[in-house]
Design a protein around this ligand. Structure first.
Ligand code: ADP
Ligand code: MG
Length: 232
């Protein structure tokens, strides 16, 4: 009887949905609220596997197909990272940097970041090619703790001494496979040189060619590899 009651209890106490699956990561309540407002019930697989190590400060390479939720895999911990640091002043460079292969992706990532950062008053700036360089330069100094940039335009600002990346301690290379295909390897290396060695480095990609493995060895510290599925 007791045994059956236990079995019954076990059956009922087993979560039928993944309620609470977000809560185990200790995100600020503002972020958890945004997840629920978006209608998200649980982390995607890549988020579930990446958030633990990223929130612990580990370097990480995350590989999962397009549409699997990689943006939030690095955006939510970026907000936590920034939230734990001292506020930056106007004129300071960013604390977190994301490089994206295209203007469209940079803008989309910035929008997603601002959505989750807004309730905590954490904002991003965005710089990319194809628009006036003078107009965008001031975006580098508005005191926003996150900068999202395409590599070409960021290199332009680095060369003219306008980009200040010495405070960056959370660095993400998104769509690294695409970035390497587009010939941005040297640009990435140049950007890395501008950032202090006391940083967390993350890479995200839909595929995992040898070139990513090679580049990761150059500037990541014992990175965790998280692969979902067999790649595209
Ligand atoms: P990827 O970068 O892997 O191609 P995205 O980050 O663009 O994927 O996410 C794809 C879609 O999944 C977006 O519309 C995003 O809002 C949605 N998404 C992200 N996380 C979750 C989640 N935990 N639950 C449901 N949908 C999610
Ligand atoms: Mg993506």
């Amino acid at each position: 009887m007791l045994f059956r009651a236990h079995r019954l209890f076990a059956r009922f106490s087993k979560p039928t949905t993944a309620v609470g699956a977000f809560e185990k990561f200790n995100f600020p309540s503002e972020i958890l609220k945004s997840f629920s407002e978006a209608g998200f019930t649980k982390p995607t697989e890549i988020q579930d596997k990446c958030w633990g190590p990223i929130l612990k400060g580990k370097d990480l390479i995350g590989i999962a197909k397009t549409g699997s939720g990689k943006t939030l895999a690095f955006v939510a911990p970026a907000i936590v990272h920034i939230n734990s640091r001292e506020k930056i002043e106007r004129g300071d460079g960013p604390i977190a940097l994301v490089i994206s292969p295209t203007r469209e992706l940079a803008l989309q990532t910035s929008k997603e970041f601002n959505h989750y950062g807004h309730p905590l008053d954490i904002k991003s700036s965005c710089v990319f090619g194809g628009v006036d360089k003078e107009d965008q330069r001031s975006n580098l100094f508005k005191g926003k703790p996150m900068l999202i940039a395409t590599p070409g335009r960021l290199i332009d600002y680095i060369i003219e001494g306008a980009a200040k990346l010495s405070k960056v301690s959370y660095f993400v290379i998104d769509e690294v496979d695409k970035m390497l295909d587009m010939g941005f390897e040297n640009s990435i290396k140049k950007i890395v040189q501008e950032i202090g060695s006391n940083r967390q480095t993350l890479m995200f990609s839909a595929t995992f060619p040898d070139s990513i493995q090679k580049i990761s060895k150059e500037f990541m510290k014992d990175p965790e590899e998280v692969r979902i599925g067999s790649g595209e």
